[in-house]
Design a binder for this molecule. Sequence first.
Ligand SMILES: CC(C)(COP(=O)(O)OP(=O)(O)OC[C@H]1O[C@@H](n2cnc3c(N)ncnc32)[C@H](O)[C@@H]1OP(=O)(O)O)[C@@H](O)C(=O)NCCC(=O)NCCS
Length: 170
Amino acid sequence: MHAARPRIRHVRRDDGPAIAAFYAALSPESRRTRFFGTFREITDAAGRRFAGARERGGDGWVAVVGRGVIVGHLCLEPLGTERSGRTEEVAVAVADAWRGQGLGRRLLDAAIVSARRRGVVALEATMLTGNQPIHALLEHSGLPWSCRAVEPGSESIRLELRGAALQGAA
Ligand SMILES: CC(C)(COP(=O)(O)OP(=O)(O)OC[C@H]1O[C@@H](n2cnc3c(N)ncnc32)[C@H](O)[C@@H]1OP(=O)(O)O)[C@@H](O)C(=O)NCCC(=O)NCCS
């Protein structure tokens, strides 16, 4: 059990190194499920890219404890525009020691509120087939969802943002 509840805030332009450190500290298995590979770390350039999500028209959040240690990260990246409106890709990771305490849910709730406010109609997450924790996180959002195979070994879940109310949203 942890003493302090992490606070959730938007990513900032100078978060690149802290985001890179967060991913470097994840277990190899968590990095594999997040990035579909066996990276030992993400590059500084990738950290800077995550930190600049808002400048590209997407959005991003970090969960922070203590003096700025990142223990969770979620990013939204524009995917394109379909007839019904804009869609964004969502990707998320929570530090191994902080799993199962509602942090993924808090990050996802912030993303859903932001995406709706910006007129996004759906979020899509791509994952390795059988990634039960991300399935549970997305399916328990209370939003209509659908799942499709992308290629052998991976699949995509789409959350529809229009219509249904967000459970737990103030
Ligand atoms: C997916 C992930 C972000 C979930 O984060 P988390 O903080 O542990 O999730 P939460 O505690 O907010 O749980 C959210 C919901 O999912 C459920 N859940 C979480 N982990 C679960 C697990 N291992 N098995 C079953 N259900 C699970 C919770 O019960 C909760 O449901 P509820 O809201 O109905 O109670 C985390 O497991 C992770 O970082 N995985 C590695 C990275 C990854 O695979 N990312 C996905 C690729 S984009």
